[in-house]
Design a protein around this ligand. Structure first.
Ligand SMILES: CC(=O)N[C@H]1[C@@H](OP(=O)(O)O)O[C@H](CO)[C@@H](O)[C@@H]1O
Ligand SMILES: [Mg+2]
Length: 557
């Protein structure tokens, strides 16, 4: 093993002894990084800092990111996830090492793990290499402390530089990392300028006959008392065409992060968030999660109930699909296939069955992956245009580099020869969309602006959007078991493979219901087994979920 030198060894030993893993603690790099109660996160965060710095060294000094957040989880939790140099999630191939490092029991064990991994990966330590890690955190009280811990971890790889980008939404940091490594402008101001300018371009391209009054109708945004609300307040003056009211804005004293508010709460509970009430009945509302990488829309149905009409990630996806396909068809109409058209729609098992049916009826290829953005994103990258969404509101639209460069040459060709033509305008709309929607990860701010621009383009109310299809009633439950990892799934998590016999029992329950569908899987972020059920009525979906939850309890205790 090449000796990295005394300085490097000492730095690793020192930092490992500063943040030892307590007896009995175990960290696991789950669906979205390490997560636990904030006050217990220091060992995992420090070691994630080491991993991020090593990743940057491995990639020749390209910028890598680290976000300190626990997203929609309670305010006392915190977490950390690593952003790869392309702006996406850290390569899955590095997760086993991250797990092993986070749990290394002694400073010496940690040192040996780093040395062995560096050797296996061909990473040269301790000499003239460079590494840079961009850091951000959300608004949690433990964030500042954990950011400092992360910096210590990063600095333990000699030659690394940690850059604190401040309090940001998770998608802002992903965007910054991607842009930086592409040699593009990458500050927060650049991000704000890009999304607000491309939004303005899209509005300018709205057909004259469409109801411009729709946007003057109020939009109320639930910021989950997190960072998304604060950033939205910051850009609101640049969105003068929208009448936006921010509630649960994240301002001091307004409420507790994610407590009875935010996209996760709204989507799972199907009731309106705190701070909303009867006076908001019928108004178009949107909800972000605590780190603003999820977006759902909703409307309070009646003054006498807390129930909402939910417009979830599946319906946002459907709206994006309709708009992009329509513009693509216009551009390609005359010059057949002037733009590449491999169009992929990616969902998970949690997608409402009615949405999948709707998309298939449009003649689209719908593919399924396991839960977790890293899987959906990876799949979407295989297409010229890859659209993915989780039902919970995390998703985006990815355009391949080739698609964007063909689109750029096409728009300049049109501007000199065919300016103002229908085709030219459709191409410009697509180009503005590639600029508006975050290419690194799902982004509530940019996603919301695209939704607003499309509703305006179509002259649609929230009702028109809701009417695309009717969701099948569904129910989600959590079951506490001794060891959730006993459940092994297959077929994009739609079938249980182990323990044997469990799938047959689920099938038997499902067989009792009309339009019944049900699956179970171990959560990657909580110590529970999740049960999801769909059926033709809400009451039947509840009953199916409950009976399958009982089966899981019986088998796994
Ligand atoms: C049913 C559900 O909403 N699951 C969420 C949740 O993962 P679980 O592995 O189900 O705990 O958190 C993930 C990270 O935010 C998100 O990607 C995923 O969709
Ligand atoms: Mg989130």
């Amino acid at each position: 093993m090449a000796d990295p030198g005394g300085e490097q060894r000492a730095a690793l030993l020192v930092v490992a002894s500063l943040f030892p893993v307590p007896d009995g603690a175990h960290f696991s790099y789950g669906t979205a990084g390490f997560r636990a109660e904030g006050s217990t996160m220091a060992p995992a965060v420090c070691r994630a800092g080491i991993v991020a710095a090593l990743r940057s060294v491995k990639l020749g000094g390209a910028a890598v990111g680290m976000v300190i957040t626990a997203s929609h989880n309670p305010v006392d939790d915190n977490g950390v996830k690593i952003v790869d140099a392309d702006g996406g999630m850290m390569s899955r191939a590095w997760e086993p090492f991250s797990d092993a490092l986070a749990n290394a029991p002694t400073p010496d064990a940690l040192l040996q793990l780093v040395l062995q991994f560096a050797k296996d990966e061909g990473i040269t330590l301790g000499e003239g290499h460079s590494a840079q890690v961009l850091l951000a955190r959300d608004t949690r009280p433990t964030g500042e402390y954990l950011l400092d811990v992360a910096t210590k971890g990063i600095n333990a790889i000699v030659g690394s530089v940690a850059l604190d980008m401040g309090i940001l939404t998770t998608p802002q940091l992903h965007w910054m990392v991607r842009n930086k490594n592409r040699g593009l402008k990458s500050s927060q101001l650049d991000y704000f300028t890009q999304i607000t300018e491309s939004f303005r371009h899209l509005l300018e391209l709205t057909p004259d006959d469409k109801g411009s009054d729709k946007l003057t109708e109020k939009l109320i945004v639930d910021g989950a008392n997190g960072i998304g609300g604060l950033k939205l307040e910051e850009i609101k003056p640049k969105l003068a065409s929208l009448d936006i009211v921010v509630r649960n804005s994240g301002k001091e004293g307004e409420g507790i992060l994610n407590e009875r508010c935010g996209a996760d709460f709204v989507q799972k509970e199907k009731v309106h968030p705190a701070g909303f009430g009867p006076s908001d009945v019928g108004v178009r509302c949107a909800s972000f999660d605590g780190d603003a990488d999820r977006l759902v829309y909703f409307r309070i149905a009646s003054p006498s109930s807390t129930m909402i009409d939910l417009v979830d990630g599946d319906k946002i996806l459907s709206l994006f699909v309709l708009f992009i396909r329509e513009q693509l068809d216009i551009v390609n109409e005359k010059d057949n296939k002037v733009l590449p058209t491999r169009f992929g729609v990616v969902q998970t098992a949690y997608a409402n069955g009615a949405s999948t049916e709707f998309l298939k009826n449009l003649g689209l290829e719908v593919v399924f992956t396991s839960t977790g953005v890293k899987y959906l994103h990876e799949k979407a990258l295989e297409y010229d245009i890859g659209i993915y969404f989780e039902a919970n509101g995390h998703g985006t639209v990815l355009f391949s580099d080739e698609f964007v460069s063909r689109l750029e040459s096409l728009t300049s060709k049109f501007s000199s020869k065919d300016a103002g033509s229908t085709q030219h305008e459709a191409a410009l709309r697509l180009l503005a969309t590639t600029q508006l929607i975050n290419q690194a990860v799902g982004d509530a701010l940019s996603g919301m602006l695209l939704v607003e621009a499309i509703l305006q383009h179509k002259g649609w109310s929230l009702q028109n959007w809701c009417d695309l299809y009717t969701d099948l009633p569904s129910k989600q439950l959590k079951v506490k078991v001794k060891d959730r990892t006993c459940i092994v799934t297959t077929d994009a998590e739609r079938k249980v493979f182990q323990p044997s016999g469990l799938q047959e029992l689920i099938d038997r329950e499902v067989g009792n219901y009309c339009e019944g569908r049900c699956f179970v899987r171990p959560s990657g972020t909580e110590d529970v087994v999740r049960v999801y059920a769909e059926a033709s009525t809400a009451e039947a979906a509840d009953r199916l979920a409950k009976s399958v939850a009982q089966v899981v309890e019986r088998i796994l205790g």
